[in-house]
Ligand binder design. Structure first.
Ligand code: ADP
Ligand code: MG
Length: 710
């Protein structure tokens, strides 16, 4: 069927705004093309002699597509993206316009680094920083209403080479896990494998609200979430939203987003309603880890821009509404080899399944030792309200493997190792039937922060607003650490002359015993699990600041340094940035809440009290009797007003007092005192919300905010 003319077919526009292989091949001489492809695959560095040729081809392509500027596009530690645009056209000495873009512009650029957070790695007077092209992610054109910008994905470094961005750490963790994975495959005798790649697919949840209504709420505008407001009684209980038909207005938005992303080579595979009203999800097809993280940034950016064109307000906050489902960013990950084989995919071949179980148990081993790093990676301000709440995993990190795998692992644990090891016979615990069993059994447990879901792991705790780079760096580092330990045991056994498969079985057995405590197959939402987790000693942190502390746990630092992912001082700086961001976030919420109470709620209450009093007096004039209830009602409103005045005063004083505290203490006091005080204020404000007449309501309420009719 022919679609309407104004909407181009996806396959026609797909990738039209990325400088992809097709464009490169057409526009570059053979040797330049081959060198560039090798650099993109991470096999060798880009030869600086061909940089000019590549730059010229890229510029011609971009200018033809309407771009007037170029920019190095990078991820500073703020978790957003940054770019500084430079025009292609400059005037030459005779005043004639000249289009330039040199190899050195492509390879490196020097944005002023002084206003990006460094967490203390760099003094302010050493403001120089430079960004360098990361050819493993393709250059693309970011369209704007009147033109476009050629964006060059880059890393961002301080003058001394220390990273000022998230990508550098991510790339290092990718190297660590890919190197370890290749090593283990070689030990298994897979000589033909040339490389291994980490693959990642991130599911993005979000809320969409009617923009004019959302903009009337100071909290939504400045904090991305509601600080007051009570949920309508009916909401979510109907459970009619999930997988229901997508509202037409939202669908139109999604279609525009999908088309723009298709042009950038981002292929959004699924879209659907989520659990809560006005909540939705997009999931792209997975890709190599680095690209997946860049693409998630593009997804978020495109979604943001498109929302205002549709008069919608997009929320990535982890918990925009009280007592409703929050938004996460599930991170699916695996490894694939140079033959395209997914290393976490069970097979009907016994030997391949032993390899599969080695990769699986290595991750579980890494996790049992360094679960703190995963918890740290998701300890963000927004997750404070989401994790452990309605429909979100608890912050205690455990892994769910599913009945079939759990059973096999347990049987392997109980088997023998050594002289009389009957590995190949009795230890074939149904391994060859694995794919079929898993297909039936795959992941019915949605309560676990980490789960094996049939052919990949899924990390469900990351928040919707987070950049993927940090949690992906965490899972890949943990996996690399697990693989290294696995390899050391495995290699020892092979060196002692054991058969490779026997040695692998015994290693799986040994590491699974070591990592038992992190495996949990039950309901991770239950109170029993919290008790059990305490007994197992895997509860690492109770609050977000304590979670952030886990970044600098000595054994985690030692592991990250050993793998070459973070140096100790780099992690210490990153830690400071994370802690500061937490503090700033809560502080902003405190001041916005105070403003909303004084600007909106208290005046509404006064108006309502006057209205009630006037009508009370009129009724009294008419001789109505037995009006005690009415009187009490007015008194209740007045009492609420007084309480709110007192509590917000306390909040302001608290903020002033805290300004003298050290960063770490400040964070604790916010959690222990400010957050509970904000909750008390909210409780009072929400308790009187239902008594305010529609005209006296200062802000659109939940019912109105959660309605998408224009
Ligand atoms: P569900 O909601 O059941 O978790 P989805 O289909 O919404 O499943 O999302 C699954 C995500 O996992 C998709 O982004 C998908 O591309 C990704 N994925 C699938 N296989 C792999 C893999 N081998 N490595 C990384 N990500 C994967
Ligand atoms: Mg999922």
């Amino acid at each position: 069927m022919q679609g309407p003319k104004e909407f181009p077919k996806m396959r026609e526009i797909y990738g039209s705004l990325i400088f992809d292989h097709k464009e490169m091949k057409q526009r570059l001489p053979k040797d330049a093309y081959e060198n560039l492809v090798a650099a993109m695959e991470g096999r060798q560095k880009l030869d600086s002699n061909i940089a000019d040729t590549v730059a010229l081809a890229m510029k011609d392509w971009a200018v033809n597509k309407g771009a007037s500027h170029w920019a190095h596009w990078f991820h500073p530690l703020t978790e957003l993206t940054a770019e500084k645009h430079t025009a292609f056209v400059t005037a030459d000495e005779n005043g004639f316009p000249l289009e330039t873009f040199r190899g050195e512009d492509l390879m490196q650029s020097e944005p002023d680094a002084s206003s990006f957070p460094s967490g203390g790695t760099r003094s302010t007077f050493e403001a120089r920083g430079y960004s360098a092209w990361d050819p493993t992610s393709p250059a693309f054109i970011m369209k704007s209403p009147k033109g476009g910008t050629l964006c060059i994905p880059s890393v961002f470094l301080a003058y001394d080479g220390s990273p000022l961005d998230l990508k550098t750490y991510l790339l290092r963790s990718i190297d660590a896990v890919e190197g370890a994975a290749l090593k283990i495959l070689k030990l298994f005798g897979n000589r033909g494998v040339r490389y291994v790649r980490a693959t990642v697919g991130g599911e993005q949840e979000f809320f969409l609200l009617d923009r004019p209504r959302a903009q009337k709420r100071t909290d939504v505008r400045f904090c991305g979430r509601t600080l007051i407001g009570s949920p309508p009684p009916r909401d979510q209980k109907m459970e009619d939203h999930y997988f229901g038909s997508i509202p037409t207005r939202v669908l139109a938005y999604m279609e525009d987003v999908q088309r723009d992303l298709a042009r950038l080579g981002v292929d959004l595979a699924t879209r659907h309603n989520e659990v809560a009203r006005c909540q939705f999800e997009f999931a792209p097809n997975f890709s190599e880890a680095n690209l997946a993280c860049d693409q998630n940034q593009l997804i978020m950016e495109t979604m943001r821009k498109m929302a205002s064109q549709h008069d919608l307000r997009l929320l990535f906050h982890e918990k925009p509404f009280m007592d409703m489902n929050g938004s996460g960013k599930h991170i699916n990950f695996s490894l694939k080899d140079s033959e395209g084989r997914n290393l976490l995919k069970p097979s009907s071949n016994h030997r391949k399944n032993v390899i599969f179980l080695s990769f699986l148990s290595s991750f579980v081993l890494g996790l049992s030792e360094y679960s703190g790093l995963l918890q740290a990676s998701v300890s963000t301000p927004g997750n404070m309200y989401r994790l452990g709440g309605h429909e979100a995993p608890p912050s205690i990190v455990s892994v769910y493997l599913g009945q079939a795998i759990d059973k096999i692992i347990r049987e392997i644990e109980e088997g023998n190792c050594g002289e009389d090891m009957p590995a190949k016979n009795t230890m074939d615990t149904g391994l060859s039937k694995l794919p079929n069993i898993i297909a039936f059994d795959s992941d019915r447990n949605r309560t676990s922060p980490v789960a094996f879901t049939g052919n990949k792991f899924e990390f469900r705790a990351p928040g919707a607003s987070q950049a993927m780079a940090v949690p992906v760096t965490a899972v890949l580092s943990v996996w690399a650490a697990g693989l290294e330990k696995f390899i050391s045991i495995f290699e020892d056994r092979i060196n002692k002359g054991e058969d490779v498969i026997d040695a692998a079985f015994c290693t799986i057995r040994e590491v699974s015993k070591l990592s038992k405590k992190i495996r949990f197959e039950g309901d991770a939402y239950s109170d029993e699990w919290h008790e059990e987790a305490k007994r197992r000693g895997i509860v690492k942190a109770h609050t977000i600041p304590e979670g952030i502390d886990l970044f600098v746990e000595p054994k985690t630092l030692e592991m990250l340094e050993r793998l070459g992912v973070f140096k100790k001082n780099e992690m210490e700086s990153f830690y400071v940035i994370r802690m500061e961001s937490f503090v700033k976030n809560v502080e902003i919420e405190m001041s916005v809440l105070r403003d909303m109470i004084w600007e909106g709620v208290l005046p509404s209450l006064s108006k309502q009290i006057i209205l009630e009093k006037e009508s009370f007096l009129s009724a009294k004039d008419c001789g109505v009797e037995g009006m005690d209830e009415w009187k009490k009602h007015i008194a209740k409103l007045a009492k609420a007003k007084l309480d709110l005045m007192e509590k917000t005063k306390e909040l302001v004083e608290m903020r002033e007092r805290m300004s003298k505290l050290s960063l770490r203490k400040h964070a604790d006091v916010l959690v222990e005192e400010s957050v509970p005080l904000m909750a008390e204020i909210r409780k009072i404000a929400d308790s009187i919300e239902i008594y305010l007449s529609a005209e006296n309501m200062a802000y659109p309420n939940y019912r109105s905010l959660l309605s998408l009719s224009a």
